[in-house]
Structure formats: structure tokens, C-alpha cells
Write a protein that binds this ligand. Structure first.
Ligand code: GLC
Length: 566
């Protein structure tokens, strides 16, 4: 079988609300994206993934959809969308949409009907359940089970009109769709087909491994200090998950080539990912796994745990090995749900920001898999200086704050410390286009404050500076397109126990790459076999003066290439 095009591709994610505002209402829009397509094309990426732009009450910034076949007026119209799609295609790129079908908005007509009465034909499109046996509906503790929602509070909302509860794994405005019902599945497949017929090139599937739930919905284990049980075991990679994806593939994607599908899958294991991405099974092309971005989480959600590099390397090594023969990895540090990587695993001080951002980019992009760049990552954008909880807009940050401070007795300072480091709004501050007052993002008042460091960190400055993070990312993407060793080379992790250096080789035919990144602010020498030979090999890429031997400067990355002689 011919290798799929997306093996060689790099994807750029746009969070439309924060990308570029053309009409001055403080929120990004499709016209803003159209105006900035050359910035993205200039990076050399192959695909754009758009976070949701569908009609939505915007409770979770568009991940709560009330009409899957229309554009939210905040973002524009279907005509704007068609123009954007044409602009993307003209530049030789593809466009992938976000598919949010674990849940809809509670304002979707499906849900309005479903909630209108227990005998409505769409009642069973969502997860309605009566109160716990022997309990009075609507009273404390009467919820059908003990699950907590991802955003804090119970996963059940009581509906006084029909005296039943509906399940919402996310906010109460995001009721979970019941995929057990074949009519739900048909409606989703028809909607997907409508977009593909319009010309889109695939989907990023939101929390797709949550769609199959154990219909018994049993109570989950309760973690110490928490008010709720963990329903995960009943809905992560649930009983009919693979069946549903195969059915979707058959009904929607079969016979269409050149598509890209990527499933966002919190909690997915390597073994499951192999099954999801085995081309012979026809489910999805790749998954977004979470282990590497959960590396600095620990037993207590309100404690910050420092990065342990050895642990991070262990995770990547397992995923690289696990999907080496069958399946395919996606590679990402950032998206709209993660803090900025340069602030998280690098050093965002003026001295080391650019250098550590480049090191992180190179280490990630030179793994085997399809890299994703999140808007602003190519500028080395940083976390934001949130002063108080009033500065946050994210429903998750606000929900967790309320649960932790108001119900679990946590100190507001502790909670804020963690939200400042980890909160999703860090990724959602407006894109920094230039040094002007709102960073060129809007002429109005931005919905979330622009990071004050945009006077230094912005796209206009980066484009002009040949040593910028932007041009370094451009070079990384070019390298993937030029050299098959980056795409197909076998992966071998070196120095697994080194606390500072991240080192690996890639090998394809007689070409071998060596990548070493220094994850510390101290110089470090790589004690690898063959160091002498490597240090005289071709230095393909670095972010600091060429090292003597394999002695790396703080946050330096080096990429060497050599040809093996037999
Ligand atoms: C995914 C999205 C996130 C959203 C959630 C619920 O994790 O990436 O932004 O809040 O699903 O749709």
C-alpha cells in the first residue's frame, strides 16, 4: 500500500476566537483567518485544523454546538467559510474541521426536543436517567450516579419538568449524546458527509473515545478529598468504541482518499492506540494521546509537580516503540487546552525564551509521527500573567476554582498558582501579530487580555528576524518535507537516565540523524557512544553556536546527520 500523504505532513491549529479579529468586536473570525493565511502558508505547513466555528452559545468557546451545519455569527457566514476553504486550497494546504459529537449544546434542537417530554421520539438521543432508587428527584445526593464532570461539579443536571437527570461529562450546557441509538449515529454521519461534500479534508474528533459508555453507568471510585466519583472506566475506550469508529469510517470516509482523521483520546493507552490507528482496521489515522502532557501532574490536582525529564522520555520511548510497526503517532506540545510549552518545559525568561522554544520544537518535530503546531507556538508565545481569578474566562478554570475553593476547602492562592501554570486560558490569549496596543489582533476590546509581552514577541518582528523561532519552525517543517529519515526513520532513545539531555537517533536506509536537546539552564555533555564521530558529522540544525564535542550550551539543541558506510 502506498504511504499516506499525512505521514509527511505538519498540521497548524487555529483557535478562531483568538486568532485574528477583522470586524473589531474583540473576537477572532473567519475573515481574520483569511487575512492571515499567508503567515501560515509561509511556515510551510500542509494542513490547518480549525477549532469549532459552528453555531454555538459559546459556553465552552464553541465546543458546545447548537447547529452543526452553520457558522456562528461571531465568526462569519457559510460564504466566508467557503472563501476560507478556497484560500486554503489555493495555497496547497488542506482544512480539517473539529468534530464535537460526544455532546451537543443544550440549545441544539435535538436536545430541546429530547428534554420536552419522556415520550418524545428524541428522548433517547441523550442519557436521561431517573433519580437514584428511593431518593426524591432533585434532592442532594439523588443523582443517578456519583460521577463528577470534567469541569467541576456533578455530571448530572436535574430537569424539574420531566423529573429526570441528563448526563453531561463536561458543562451542563454540553449534554452527552447517546451513541447507543442508531439514529444519533446516522445524524452525525450525515452531517460529516455534508462537510466533506463541501470540500473539507477531514476531522479532528473531540474526546471521541468517550462516545461509547457502559449503559449501566455504575458509580465510580472516589479520590481522597474529592466530592465525586471517577466515571472514566465506564466511558474511556468504552465497550462499543471500535465498532462505532469502524462504522463511521465505512459510512463517511470509505472511498474518499486524501482525508485526515485524528481522534482526541484522553486516557488512551499505547495498546489501544495501536488498535485505533492500525490502517487495516479502518478507524482513525492517528490519535492525540495525553500521557506526555500529563507528565507533570501528580496525585494532588492542586500541587505543581516539576517536570521529570526521565519520565517524559520514558513516555515518548514507549509511544514511539509501540506504534513503530502498526499505527501512527501524532506529536504535540500545545493546543487550546494546554499551557504554553516554553513556559512549561522551557524557560520563558528573556534570556532563554527563544532558545528553549526552538529546542522544544526540534525535539518534538524530529520524532516519528505527524507534528501539530498550535497558533503562536511558532512565535514562542508564553503563558499569561493572570493576576486573579477575575482574569480567567475558561469554563474549566472557573469551574475547578469554584469546586476546589468553595466546596473542597482549598486555599485560593494554591488553586491560582496551579491555574496560572496550567490553565487553558494561557493558550487562548490573542495571537500576537505586532507591537501595537492589542497586538494587531483587534481594533476593539479583546475578549481575553492580550499578553503584555506582545511588544517583544510578535509575528511581524519574527518574520523580519532570520534567527526567530518562526524561521526555526519553518526550517524544521522543511526538513520533514526534504528528508525521509525525519518521516520514516526508526527511533532509538539514548541516555534514558540523563536528567538534562533528551537524545535520540533516527535511522532510515543508510542515513542516521542524532538529536540532542538540553532541557536545562546548565551546559551539559552528552556521553554517548560514538561521540567523537558524531561531533564531526554534518550539523543540520542548532539554536546556538556549534558545540565543541557534544558539550551543549543551556537549552541548546543539535541535529547531526551522517551516512552510514557498510
Ligand atoms: C476537548 C476540547 C476541549 C473541550 C472538551 C469538551 O477536550 O479540546 O477544549 O473543552 O473537549 O468538548
Amino acid at each position: 500500500m502506498e504511504n499516506p500523504w499525512w505521514h509527511r505532513a505538519v498540521v497548524y491549529q487555529i483557535y478562531p476566537r483568538s486568532f485574528a479579529d477583522a470586524d473589531g468586536d474583540g473576537m477572532g473570525d473567519l475573515r481574520g483567518i483569511i487575512d492571515h493565511l499567508d503567515h501560515i502558508a509561509g511556515l510551510g505547513v500542509d494542513v490547518i485544523w480549525l477549532s469549532p466555528i459552528y453555531r454555538s452559545p459559546q459556553d465552552d468557546n464553541g465546543y458546545d454546538i447548537s447547529d452543526y451545519q452553520d457558522i456562528d455569527p461571531v465568526f462569519g457566514t457559510l460564504a466566508d467559510f467557503d472563501e476560507l476553504l478556497a484560500g486554503v486550497h489555493e495555497r496547497g494546504m488542506r482544512l480539517v474541521m473539529d468534530l464535537v459529537v460526544n455532546h451537543s449544546s443544550d440549545e441544539h434542537p435535538w436536545f430541546t426536543e429530547s428534554s420536552s417530554g419522556t415520550d418524545n421520539p428524541k428522548r433517547d438521543w441523550y442519557w436521561w436517567r431517573p433519580a437514584r432508587d428511593g431518593m426524591e428527584p432533585g434532592t442532594p445526593g439523588a443523582e443517578p450516579n456519583n460521577w463528577g464532570s470534567v469541569f467541576g461539579g456533578s455530571a448530572w443536571e436535574y430537569d424539574p419538568a420531566t423529573r429526570e437527570y441528563y448526563l453531561h461529562l463536561f458543562s451542563r450546557k454540553q449534554p452527552d449524546l447517546n451513541w447507543e441509538n442508531p439514529e444519533v449515529r446516522e445524524a452525525v454521519y450525515a452531517m460529516m458527509t455534508w462537510w466533506l461534500d463541501r470540500g473539507v479534508d477531514g476531522f479532528r474528533m473531540d474526546v471521541i473515545n468517550f462516545i461509547s459508555k457502559d449503559p449501566a453507568l455504575p458509580d465510580g471510585a472516589v479520590r481522597a478529598g474529592s466530592a465525586y466519583g471517577d466515571g472514566g472506566p465506564s466511558f474511556i475506550d468504552g465497550p462499543r468504541m471500535h465498532e462505532f469508529l469502524r462504522e463511521m469510517h465505512e459510512r463517511v470516509f470509505a472511498g474518499r482518499d486524501k482525508m485526515l482523521t485524528v481522534g482526541e483520546m484522553p486516557g488512551v493507552t499505547v495498546a489501544e492506540a495501536v488498535r485505533y490507528t492500525d490502517p487495516a482496521r479502518r478507524e482513525v489515522d492517528m490519535v492525540f494521546a495525553f500521557e506526555h502532557v500529563d507528565v507533570d501532574r501528580g496525585p494532588d490536582p492542586w500541587t505543581l509537580y516539576p517536570l521529570q525529564l526521565t519520565k517524559l522520555k520514558g513516555i515518548f520511548a514507549r509511544w514511539q516503540a509501540g506504534l513503530a510497526e502498526v499505527g501512527w503517532n501524532s506529536l504535540y506540545w500545545n493546543n487550546h487546552d494546554q499551557p504554553r510549552v516554553v513556559s512549561r518545559f522551557g524557560d520563558d525568561s528573556p534570556q532563554w525564551r527563544e532558545r528553549s522554544a526552538k529546542m522544544l520544537g526540534a525535539v518534538l518535530h524530529l520524532h516519528r509521527g505527524t507534528p501539530y503546531v498550535y497558533q503562536g507556538e511558532e512565535l514562542g508565545m508564553t503563558n499569561a500573567p493572570f493576576a486573579s481569578i477575575a482574569d480567567f474566562r475558561d469554563i474549566e478554570a472557573l469551574g475547578h476554582y469554584a469546586q476546589a475553593v468553595d466546596h473542597e476547602g482549598r486555599s485560593p492562592e494554591d488553586v491560582l498558582t496551579v491555574l496560572r501554570a496550567r490553565g487553558r486560558d494561557n493558550a487562548r490569549t490573542p495571537m500576537q501579530w505586532d507591537a501595537s496596543p492589542h497586538a494587531g489582533f483587534t481594533t476593539g476590546t479583546p475578549w481575553l487580555a492580550v499578553n503584555p509581552n506582545h511588544t517583544e514577541i510578535n509575528a511581524a518582528a519574527a518574520a523580519k528576524d532570520p534567527d526567530s523561532v518562526y524561521h526555526f519552525y519553518r526550517r524544521l517543517i522543511e526538513l520533514r518535507h526534504e528528508d525521509p529519515v525525519v518521516v520514516y526513520g526508526d527511533f532509538t532513545m539514548l541516555l534514558p537516565d540523563d536528567e538534562r539531555l533528551y537524545a535520540f537517533t533516527r535511522r532510515h536506509g543508510d542515513t542516521e540523524l542524532l538529536v540532542i536537546g538540553n532541557f536545562s539552564g546548565e551546559p551539559a555533555r552528552a556521553g554517548i557512544d560514538d561521540a567523537g564521530a558524531w561531533s564531526s558529522a554534518e550539523l543540520v540544525l542548532t539554536n546556538a553556536p556549534a558545540p565543541a564535542g557534544l558539550e551543549l550550551e543551556p537549552w541548546q539543541v543539535v541535529v547531526y546527520r551522517r551516512t552510514l558506510t557498510r
